[in-house]
Design a protein around this ligand. Structure first.
Ligand code: NDP
Length: 312
């Protein structure tokens, strides 16, 4: 017979591990399925300078190691597996993992986070890690003295473009409209930098070239005239937003039209009693490690109180 867990946590970013720390200390004996990116998005960043308690900053991967160790110290079991299918239609809830295991749990805490969006071009996928990246802080270092392009018009694009000036000789920012949605201060910081050139009304329609095995050029299109041109390039950085990792919950839990899971106001509880959501899977607005950790704590406390109410 399968053991029914008190709580199963899906995801191992700041939200998942914080939920685990609190759940473990409340004797819920949590199991964490770490997912396909153990440690979450912070494992592909370098310095984290805005997480309180680290006055000198901390490296993202190192911080997530600390989160994991702290969760394990109180008895959390972490499995490096990915949830592939869920059934929340009856209790105990069921989760199938890619290790051919089936978990049953009285409560589920979803902390599956979000992932960077890509343009969806065929060559973009083929040249990932060969000049195409969605993380300047991870890969910028490899573009010393190179000519790089950043796609996007939000705060991320400005931040990445500014960051890349530390390494690249030229940074070109491609904005598909004639305005950017980034905050004024972030725009100014990027646009006033001598290494940054903005190309308004410009989209990437192809990444060249797969034959060379690395990015050598981009085919760009004027979004107003449709005119195309090819520009030499060593790197392409995508900064066009993120998508919550919630496909798994389609048809099981309410989500908005982008896929963010919907929780009750001011809570992590969902329409299914016993299922809680924290972190970026339900937050399109703040998307910070500290807010993810905060909602992870909320989810564990809510799960604990919900179980207490069930069992009396
Ligand atoms: P946003 O959703 O804010 O911006 C995405 C940008 O990408 C938009 O300019 C959008 O263009 C563009 N875009 C989307 N799809 C495409 C496409 N297919 N081709 C070309 N361009 C495309 O995402 P961000 O990641 O920038 O920011 C997300 C949130 O995080 C925001 O709230 C932001 O303020 C915050 N943030 C804050 C930072 C800070 O304060 N230090 C740093 C980074 C992020 P369009 O405008 O035309 O839709």
């Amino acid at each position: 017979m399968t053991e029914v867990l008190k709580t199963l946590i899906l995801g191992s970013g700041p939200a998942g591990y914080t939920a685990a720390i609190y759940a473990a200390r409340a004797n819920l004996e949590p199991v964490v399925l770490a997912g396909n990116q153990p440690g979450g998005q912070l494992t592909i960043t370098s310095d984290v300078e805005n997480y309180p308690g680290f006055p000198e900053g901390v490296m993202g991967p190192e911080m997530m190691e600390m989160f994991r160790k702290q969760a394990e110290r109180f008895g959390t079991k972490v499995f490096f597996e990915m949830a592939e299918k869920v059934d929340f239609s009856q209790r105990p809830f069921k989760v199938w993992s890619n290790a051919d295991k089936v978990y049953e749990a009285e409560t589920i805490i979803i902390a599956t986070g979000a992932s960077a969006l890509y343009l969806g071009l065929e060559n973009e996928q083929k040249l990932q890690g060969r000049g195409v990246s969605a993380c300047a802080t991870c890969d910028g270092f490899f573009f010393r003295g190179k000519k790089v392009y950043v796609v996007g018009g939000g705060d991320s694009a400005c931040e990445e473009a500014t960051f890349l000036t530390k390494f690249a000789s030229e940074v070109h920012l491609l904005v598909r409209r004639d305005v950017m949605r980034a905050s004024k201060i972030m725009q100014e910081r990027a646009l006033n930098h001598e290494k940054v050139t903005v190309h308004w009304n410009t989209a990437v329609v192809d990444v060249l070239d797969v034959e060379a095995g690395k990015v050598t050029a981009l085919r760009l299109q004027d979004t107003q005239t449709g005119e195309e041109r090819v520009e030499e390039a060593d790197g392409l950085f995508l900064a066009i937003g993120h998508k919550p990792n919630t496909d798994l919950f389609q048809g099981q839990l309410p989500m908005d039209d982008v896929g963010y899971l919907i929780t009750h106001a001011g809570k992590t509880a969902t329409d299914i009693p016993g299922v809680f959501v924290c972190g970026d899977a339900q937050d399109s607005y703040y998307r910070q490690a500290i807010t993810a950790a905060g909602t992870g704590c909320m989810a564990a406390i809510e799960a604990e109180r919900w179980l207490e109410a069930q069992h009396g």
